[in-house]
Design a binder for this molecule. Sequence first.
Ligand code: DC
Length: 243
Amino acid sequence: MNAIAIDGPAASGKSTVGFTVGQRLGFVFFDTGVMYRAVAWAVLEHGIDRADGEAVGQLAEQLRIEVDAPASDLSDGRQATILVGHVDVTWAIRSPRVDSIVSVVAANARVRRELTRKQRGIGLAYGSGAAGKAGIVMVGRDVGTVLLPEAPLKIYLQAPLEERARRRFRELVERGREADYDRVLEDMRLRDRTDSHRALAPLRPAEDARQIQTYGVTVEEVVEQILALAAALLGVTPTSPEE
Ligand code: DC
C-alpha cells in the first residue's frame, strides 16, 4: 500500500510538510483534522452544548462533510475545500472559537467512530490506487496508530509548545485575524493535554514511527527527509521541487 501516515501535535508542521510531500509524489493529501474541525464548527453553528455527548455524536453522524481538491481558479492558499452540506467552511473551521472546542469534540466516542470509519475508508482506497492516484499522505493524530496502522511509512513530527504557538499566532495574523499570543499558547497547551490524555485514540507516536523534530530546520529539509524514507520504504520517486 502506498500510504504515508504523519501524526503530531497542533502546529507541528503536519499539513505544510504533508501537503508538499504529497505534491512531490503525486499522492492525494488528506488532513484528517479538518473533519473534526467541521464537526466542531457545526456544533457552534447549531448552538449545541459541546459537553452534550449525545447531541454532538448525533450531529456528527448526520453531517455531510466533503473534502475536495480546490477549484483551479481559487488562489487563497487553501490546501483543500471543506464543505458542510453546501456551506464552504474552509476558513471558518480555522477560527479560534473552533480551536477552543475541537479537542473536546474529537474526544467524543460517536464522533470518533463515525470519522474513523470514513477516514480509514479514504486511506485504504487511495492507498491502493483508487481514482488512478499514486498513493495518499494522511495527516492527523491517530493515523499511524488507528486509521492506517498498515502504512509502510509512519512519521511523528514534534516541535516545542512555544514554537508551535508562535506558528499558529503568525498564521492567524497573516490571515488578518485578531490574535493574542498568550491566549494561543494557553489554548494549545490545553489542546495538547486533551488530545494526549483522551481515552480513545490518544495522540502518541506509533511504535514504528520515525520521529522528526521540525524546530530549527526548514520545511524543505523535513520534506527531503521524508521523501528519502518514502523512496527506501515504498520505492517511490519524487519529482524535483520546481516541477
Ligand atoms: O490537526 P488539527 O489541529 O487541525 O486537528 C484538530 C483537532 O482534531 C485536534 O484537536 C485533534 C483532532 N484530531 C484527532 O483527534 N484525530 C485526527 N486524526 C485528527 C485530528
